[in-house]
Ligand binder design. Structure first.
Ligand code: ADP
Length: 193
């Protein structure tokens, strides 16, 4: 049973590393951003609720996000564990996740924080904007997303650090180098042994 949380600011490379690590561990990578974008693309009620927030670089309200993740975590493929990419991002979400897991006698095994300097983040996101056509990858929205991360999500690192769960990984360099750092850290070793 492996339950890991991948944290880091927008542009830190969470999505890429989540996929890599999830495959290694044989558990699903669950990205709230990807789920929201799929819902927006298919025009569901949830997508319609989320779209305005995403485009503005704001967090989708906790009530909406928590309901969505609860449902996702009830799927069968999470039985042997899962890796969360982009959740929790608020203190309320931490509380909901704790409560959900406690109800199943499960708990978070580790939190990986990808650390990248802000100038590098902006450069990466602008570069992605040119390639990926994401509605929230314009410069003013990127800057706002970084601020929202600092204000609302960075404090969560302290919460998990107080539980001795945090491993900080240098997220600079190419994605293969970052993967290597994650795999040689104690978090990954502990889980794959
Ligand atoms: P990034 O990490 O680059 O901001 P994501 O794809 O993880 O990109 O998220 C994109 C957007 O989806 C966020 O800006 C937010 O609007 C919404 N979102 C994703 N995860 C959450 C969450 N846990 N709580 C609230 N909103 C979220």
């Amino acid at each position: 049973m492996t339950i890991l949380v991948l944290m880091g600011p927008p542009g830190a490379g969470k999505g890429t590393q989540a996929e890599m690590l999830a495959e290694r561990l044989g558990v699903p990578a669950i990205s709230t951003g990807d789920i929201f974008r799929e819902q927006v693309a298919s025009g569901t009620a949830l997508g319609q609720q989320a779209k305005g927030y995403i485009d503005a670089g704001e967090y989708v309200p906790d009530s909406v996000t928590n309901a969505m993740i609860r449902e996702r975590l009830c799927a069968d493929d999470t039985r042997s564990g899962f890796l969360l990419d982009g959740y929790p991002r608020t203190l309320d979400q931490v509380a909901v996740l704790d409560e959900f897991l406690a109800g199943q006698q499960r708990f978070v095994d580790g939190v990986i924080v990808l650390d990248v300097h802000v100038d590098e983040l902006v450069a990466r996101l602008l570069n992605r904007a040119a390639l990926a056509n994401r509605s929230d990858d314009t410069e003013p929205v990127i800057r706002h997303r970084l601020k929202v991360y600092t204000d609302q999500t960075q404090p969560l690192i302290e919460v998990y650090a107080a539980r001795n769960l945090v491993t900080t990984i240098d997220g600079t360099g190419d994605s293969a180098e970052v993967s290597q750092r994650i795999l040689s850290s104690s978090v990954a070793l502990q889980q794959t042994n």
